[in-house]
Write a protein that binds this ligand. Sequence first.
Ligand code: SF4
Ligand code: SF4
Length: 623
Amino acid sequence: MTKTDTRISRPWSRVGDLFLYGLGQLRTIKKIYPGIMHLLIFWGVIIQVIGTAIKILQMGLFFPYSWPVFSQNVYLGFELVLDLAGVAILLGVLMAIIRRWIIKPRFMENSWDDIYALFLLALIPTVGFITEGFRLYSLQPSWANWSPIGNFTASIISNFSISPGTADLIHPYLFWGHVSLGLIFAASIPFTKLRHMIFTPVHIFLKSDRPTGELAAIEDIMEAEILGAGAINEFSSLDLLSFDACLQCGRCEEVCPATISGMSYSPRSLLLMLREDMAGSLLTPENGSDKTINKDLLKEGFLWSCTTCGHCLDVCPAFIRPPEQVIDIRRAQVLMTGEVPQTVGETLRNFERQGNPWGMPAPDRISWAEGIDVRVLSPGDAVDVLFYVGCAGAYDDRNKKVTRSFIEILNKLKIDYGILGDAEICCGETSRRMGNEYLFQVAAEENISLLSGYQFNKIVTLCPHGLNTIKNEYPRFGGSFQVLHASEFLAEIFSDLNLNLDNGKDFGRLTFHDSCYLGRYNNIYTQPRELLQNANLIPLEMKSAKEESFCCGGGGGAMWLETDADTRINHQRLQHALDINADTITTACPYCLIMFDDALRSKGLTDQIQVYDLVEILNQYLD
Ligand code: SF4
Ligand code: SF4
């Protein structure tokens, strides 16, 4: 294990999460049908288990540990609640059967333990109702209506030629049969998918409290012998717990852009393969079993398909973070075995040699600024805003235009700003997501030391990846800065400006694409839209927008990978824009701009749709 997470911090907030997301199932219920289905089964089982335990304690079998017998009114309520809990389980099981065998969602698989669990869940309350029916028929109490289903079963039994005396003789056998089924259920938990009943709440309680945009660091990387996870026992204990906590619900798979685009990768398959590896190796160490992870996980089309878009970890009811396991395996591949796709190797070599993934020399970092008025800071200089340009904004030809537009805005608004010029270095985000934690940590430390040599109030960046890295990942290495995305920074200023609305060109039907690292990881959804609205541009929403946004396909190092033309995520996302007949796609991330540009070119649609960064559009409205 090479990384650690603080798991005992904020104990009361963890207890709160356990109530809200474990017992209250707040995330599960977000999907109505499976949410209600799961809630019925979950609470039905909990109430039945507690009720049966109370009944056994009331029998005084474990004296002196016995439960006081209820007063009659409480007892009647108790009977009613137990009956309703049994009905809830049966309803939930019926909904599960309809979903699995009639609705059949695309990702749904029926393994033996799904069937086994549903069978047991249906059998136990059914036997419970029959048992109760025999009891009520033999006792014929005046309160029988308080156990409506038991009473109904008793009325059915009365139609057979069974006397109350015979029913009284049969009842204990049924009762102990019912208890035995309950024990079989309990004994099955560790060996079937029922295990999530224990592991999911435990994982919710212990889940990492790192921001979702921050990856766990490899501690003491220079001394560490294990880098990443090349074997199952090299995952952290929290990761191992997450493999068992996975409900196999497939919600991650349903939203994963890689899976949707037809790649062989799926976060649920990842979790299941790792769970199989764990069961096959950790549980039988005496056999000297192989702890290396499943070779299928290491295939280029699998391991390198995750764009780290974060959609899966937003929807997972168990709060599992599949991209973190992907990065752990990538770390082992990059730092231990060196078995990486050719383009990953080239990108990382570029970083090693030139300090940026583009492989461009440092002096070229400022070439975009030729001919425009921009203040390059010297160490010790003081400004209000330090504009961190970032590698894409400095080296990519299309994004250089965006950088120039932003400088023009800053100049027009007379902002007290400066840039680092060719002293600026890469934030290290790409190398970290590609698994080279060492290069990232070196870059982070150099950057923090560099930035600390200047005086500024805030850093502003056009790149959400740079924003996320400096804001969420640098504090772990001692760098705490106020960092804003350009859209956040401009939103504060633009609402007070009189824009010249006659200046802008006709953008036609305009839509805005949410970058994953801007929206999902940093919750910046409203500011870009507000800025467009200030310019009288009301963005049309694509089918996946805001929290539901679909990745452009460029994050997590994926921009540098060769992908099959049939499974390109950026083609899928472009299709969403085509579906609403958009004439203009607006982005607020250099990677998204590159990915849309690429998709438009390869589809031959550059005459049909135009793609601009937000600041290019806004710049047109400023005199
Ligand atoms: S982070 Fe995005 S691409 Fe990666 S597994 Fe999750 S949903 Fe899929
Ligand atoms: S990782 Fe989470 S969302 Fe995905 S299948 Fe497991 S529990 Fe469901």
